[in-house]
Write a protein of this length. Structure first.
Ligand code: ASP
Length: 479
């Protein structure tokens, strides 16, 4: 990869920013100029570039995990690397949620004037619902038998409105996510995915990463157990992995142009009105993410033994692609390249920790889910259909479900918004209230996805430092 790639990416981003701002301010969204411009930008950015990266992730995850595990010195090493990686992932995700919860409780974005005027509008709507409900049913919403019927009444009407809106698809996926009990979730979201036919797992869109990872780990372990006999399979997967990385490098050549298109399209479509009314909410999410990134960099410096500047320079291509594509899965090939080729992380560590991290370790998403649900409760709590008070208990439930929801989120754009339904349902927040934050989700997704990738990369550096000596010694044949 050429050394000046980051410079070219920055130039691409800058040109995209200027073009996006020009479209946002000067072009009428209904004009054919605007519609055509967005069509072409999306064609080059989303369809071709992000689509191309997504094309290689399923085979890449499979090949890189098999290659990584089958070349370990022994089976025990997988336990060491896997154990440390998982410990790091759980710890940092928990820290991320804690930072998010602290930020939203300190800044209180839901109590600012802009949020309160949105609440006032909603109160007026609820009054209209009360009048219509009382006339239609003859019940009083303030009575014990009227109250649940009234809440159902609002919910039915909101569901119909959401179902006919442009975001109906996201809404119905949120509803499906919220209807599952924890037991069902364990069964359908984890066990059934893990044990899926690997060809099915590879063929889905987005691919079933959990299924691929599990089957690849088994294949890698079996190769390790067979030793000499499995040599052809091991070398096949090693070369196949190199081939996937070569394709990634080719794609990176067009990254500056594609990233420019992605940025231009986001900025052109960004509603400035939404930014004004949800400004404090965005500041809280981005501020929390900034603090969390500082924590990760401190861990890289202290536990990982690497200067934060070296680390940031090494992963900047991956960070920028995550930021503009909003998919940590699509970024994975570049993340693996950055860690192994620029930061000298052992391939055995990177090829295991990064695909697993892209699938289950989402610090930015976890932080965001906690902030979003608490923000909505601050803004709407106490309304007739939001009988929620923010107590230590509710906050605890949000804390735990935000961690779970981030693990369950797929590494694709907007996935965090869908799994947020799990957190909202756990505390009784009606899903239609999540609609209000859709307007700024794409922008916040850029920040959380790049943080997700930063978190995975930091984990690989840390585990590499802790395991490197042992791996090198085992490879050299010394105990
Ligand atoms: N887009 C994020 C990712 O790919 C997931 C999310 O929506 O939070 O990591």
């Amino acid at each position: 990869m050429k050394n000046n790639l980051h410079r070219r990416i920055f130039i691409g981003m800058f040109v995209g920013l200027v073009l996006g701002l020009a479209l946002n301010y000067f072009a009428n969204p209904d004009s054919s100029l605007y519609i055509n411009a967005i069509w072409w930008l999306d064609l080059f950015g989303k369809t071709i570039f992000v689509g191309g990266l997504k094309m290689i992730i399923a085979p890449l995850i499979f090949a890189s995990i098999v290659a990584g595990i089958s070349t370990l010195p022994n089976m025990r090493e997988l336990g060491n690397i896997g154990g440390k990686t998982m410990l790091y992932y759980v710890t940092t995700t928990t820290i991320a949620v804690a930072i998010g919860v602290a930020a939203v409780l300190i800044i209180r974005p839901g109590e600012k004037a802009a949020s309160q005027s949105i609440r006032a509008e909603r109160e007026a709507e609820i009054q209209e619902y009360v009048a219509a409900f009382t006339t239609e049913s003859g019940l009083d919403p303030a009575t014990p038998e009227g109250e649940p019927a009234f809440r159902r009444y609002i919910s039915d009407h909101e569901d119909i409105a959401a179902g006919s809106s442009g975001d109906s698809d996201k809404y119905s996926r949120m509803n499906t996510a919220s209807e599952q009990s924890p037991g069902d979730m364990l069964k359908t979201q984890i066990l059934m995915k893990v044990l899926e036919n690997p060809f099915n797992a590879l063929a889905q869109s987005p691919p079933n990463a959990l299924g691929i990872i599990f089957f690849a780990m088994l294949t890698g372990l079996a190769c390790l157990a067979l030793g000499e006999q499995a040599k052809p399979v091991i070398s096949f997967f090693q070369s196949f992995n190199d081939v996937m990385m070569k394709i990634t490098m080719w794609m990176m050549e067009v990254a500056p142009f594609a990233i420019g298109c992605l940025i231009a399209s986001v900025i052109a479509e960004l509603g400035t009105e939404a930014l004004q009314s949800l400004g404090w909410y965005c500041i809280t999410v981005i501020g929390g993410i900034f603090v969390h990134c500082c924590v990760l960099l401190t861990l890289v410096a202290t536990v990982g033994g690497m200067s934060p500047l070296t680390f940031l320079r090494g992963i900047q291509d991956a960070w920028l692609i995550a930021f503009s594509s909003t998919s940590s899965a699509a970024t994975l090939p570049v993340t693996i390249h950055c860690l192994t080729k620029k930061l000298d992380v052992d391939e055995k560590v990177a090829e295991f920790a990064l695909p697993v991290g892209a699938t289950v370790n989402m610090d930015g998403t976890a932080l965001y889910e906690g902030v979003a649900v608490i923000f909505l409760i601050q803004m709407y709590g106490g309304l007739a259909d939001v009988p929620i008070v923010l107590t230590a208990g509710t906050t605890g439930v949000i804390f735990i479900t935000a961690v779970m929801a981030s693990v369950g989120a797929a590494a694709v754009p907007s996935a965090g918004l869908i799994t947020m339904a799990i957190v909202a349902t756990a505390v009784g927040l009606p899903l239609y209230y999540i609609f209000i934050i859709f307007a700024v989700d794409r922008m916040l997704d850029m920040f959380r996805t790049s943080t997700n990738v930063l978190g995975d990369a930091a984990g690989a550096v840390i585990v590499n430092r802790l395991e490197r000596k042992r791996l090198d010694a085992a490879a050299a044949g010394t105990p």
